[in-house]
Every structure is written in structure tokens, then in C-alpha cells.
Design a protein around this ligand. Structure first.
Ligand SMILES: *Cc1c(COP(=O)(O)O)cnc(C)c1O
Length: 220
């Protein structure tokens, strides 16, 4: 199946209101251009250098989402390009992103990454950490950042019961944060990848991040 066919098939399957993030990491800009020509406008990258290298080569109406672990010394590199940073995993990173956005007079959307998976390697706030930070007011009074919701990855497993439980926890935490943050802009739940997006959609995802099912396997 071609990139165009994959995008068309996914768009036909996704319910209205669920947006598709085409995860283009490791794929060359020619492949992204094909997706663009199929109408795709939101792309996700997980490495700062790669995002900063690709973005200037592609049309300016693309919405770039950063979805990987973001080191503090890489924030400045992506700031001119990213419209959304989905992977805010600490209060310090959030403050830094706000400061760097202000420095170049930009406004940026962010999502709070939640750690709900069993793997140690996945980063993010634990549920307790994020709720405590919200109680402490960490998500208010940011001049150049809009906190637009949450992002999470489930455990990498074929046990869809496990995955469903984790996505349910994300949804539940989102609802708690929503009542604390109390802003209409806090309305996105980013979860679901090629192998588990239907489960994520059942549990309230508004953004799904799909790479392999669009572009095929990555060559590392
Ligand atoms: C790579 C990646 C994806 C997409 O994974 P696929 O299995 O290729 O769909 C989604 N989210 C994050 C955070 C990723 O790093």
C-alpha cells in the first residue's frame, strides 16, 4: 500500500474529531512530501536535530509536533519549528519552554506526558506527580505556552486488556487535570500508535500518533 492509500484508509477509519499525527521519524523528506500531497498536515518527530533539519525543507503550513524526550539543551533548536511539544515531562522543562518561546516571541502548545506504561524507559510525569504539580499551580500563568492536554504511551504488549487499562488511566487523569486547570484550551488526549490506536480511540484519544502504518517500517 502507498503512503497516500494508508493515509486515506486511516482517515476513513478514524472517528470525526480524532486528528492524525503522521510520525515521520527516520523517514526522508520525500516520503513526508508524499504524505503532504495526500493532504496530511500534522507530522510528529522525536529527535530535535531531525525536526530542525526537515522542517525548513517542507511547506510552512505543516504543524510539527515534537513527541520524543526533549533534552533541555535542545529546546532552542526546535522552538522556531514546533507548533506543539507533546512530551513535557517535568516542571523545569515546561518553564524552560515558556522562557525560550518568549525569547523569540512565539506562542507554543504543549501536552503533559504521563507515564502509565510498565516499562521503566518511558518518560513522563507519574499520575501523582502531575496532580501534585497541578495543585501547586505549576500549570498556570505561563505567558507563551498553552497547556493543551496530555500525551501517553501504553506498555508495548499484545495484551490489549493491559493497554486498555492504561489508556483508561490516562483518560481519568486528563479529566482530573481538566477540572483543576479549568481552561477550554485543555482538551487534547494524544495516545495510540500503529498497533494500539483503536483501543486509544475507544478510551477518548483526540490525537493518534501513527508512523509504521503510514510509512512502513523504519530503517535505523
Ligand atoms: C515512534 C512513535 C510513535 C509511532 O509509532 P508506530 O508504531 O510506528 O506507529 C508514536 N508515538 C511516539 C512517542 C513515538 O516515538
Amino acid at each position: 500500500m502507498s503512503i497516500v492509500q494508508n493515509i486515506e484508509r486511516l482517515k476513513a477509519q478514524l472517528p470525526q474529531g480524532v486528528k492524525l499525527v503522521a510520525v515521520s521519524k527516520f523517514h526522508p523528506v520525500e516520503r513526508l512530501q508524499e504524505a503532504y500531497e495526500a493532504g496530511q498536515r500534522i507530522f510528529g518527530e522525536n529527535r530535535a536535530q531531525e525536526l530542525a533539519a526537515k522542517a525548513p525543507q517542507l511547506p510552512t503550513d505543516i504543524e510539527w509536533h515534537f513527541i520524543g524526550h526533549l533534552q533541555k539543551n535542545k529546546v532552542r533548536m526546535i522552538m522556531p519549528w514546533a507548533s506543539t511539544i507533546q512530551s513535557i515531562d517535568s516542571e523545569e522543562l515546561l518553564q524552560l519552554v515558556n522562557k525560550e518561546a518568549a525569547r523569540i516571541d512565539r506562542h507554543i502548545k504543549v501536552l503533559l506526558q504521563l507515564h502509565v506504561a510498565k516499562e521503566q524507559t518511558k518518560s513522563g510525569f507519574t499520575v501523582e506527580e502531575v496532580l501534585q504539580a497541578a495543585r501547586n499551580g505549576a500549570f498556570h500563568d505561563l505567558s507563551n505556552v498553552t497547556i493543551a492536554g496530555v500525551m501517553a504511551m501504553a506498555t508495548f504488549t499484545t495484551d490489549m486488556e493491559q493497554v486498555a487499562q492504561e489508556f483508561e488511566l490516562v483518560h481519568d487523569t486528563f479529566a482530573k487535570l481538566q477540572s483543576m486547570i479549568n481552561s477550554p484550551a485543555f482538551n487534547e488526549i494524544s495516545m495510540g500508535m500503529s498497533h494500539d490506536w483503536p483501543v486509544a480511540v475507544e478510551h477518548g484519544a483526540t490525537l493518534v500518533r501513527i508512523g509504521t502504518d503510514i510509512f512502513g517500517p523504519r530503517e535505523y
